[in-house]
Design a protein around this ligand. Structure first.
Ligand SMILES: [Zn+2]
Length: 105
């Protein structure tokens, strides 16, 4: 049997250069007034709870590694708890995690 090539599980057709470009765009977006205004609202996009702006990070709703872009429509302020949950949970578990906040209103 031939040895299989090593393939990254979630990197669709996105090359390393593309990902680098999106990360660079994310840095630019982070410097923008638009982003600073989003942060100043102090609300996590996912759980809707209030946080001091310094506790919010920029999250890509669709991660760059899965083809997401650094556009205003795909980035959102995110608290540390949601950020960790998003990284660690499976997509289905993440949906359930989000639902608990919807149910609470
Ligand atoms: Zn949150």
């Amino acid at each position: 049997m031939k040895k299989k090539k090593h393939i990254q599980p979630f990197a669709y057709d996105l090359g390393e250069d593309d990902q680098k470009r999106e990360r660079h765009k994310a840095r630019m977006l982070r410097e923008s007034q638009w982003w600073k205004r989003r942060l100043a609202k102090g609300v996590c996009h996912y759980c809707g709870r209030p946080f001091p702006p310094k506790d919010l990070t920029m999250d890509h709703i669709v991660p760059i590694s899965r083809g997401g872009q650094s556009t205003k429509g795909n980035v959102a302020p995110c608290c540390k708890e949601c950020n960790n949950a998003k990284k660690q949970l499976l997509p289905m578990e993440w949906e359930q995690y989000l639902q608990q906040f919807n149910e609470e209103g």
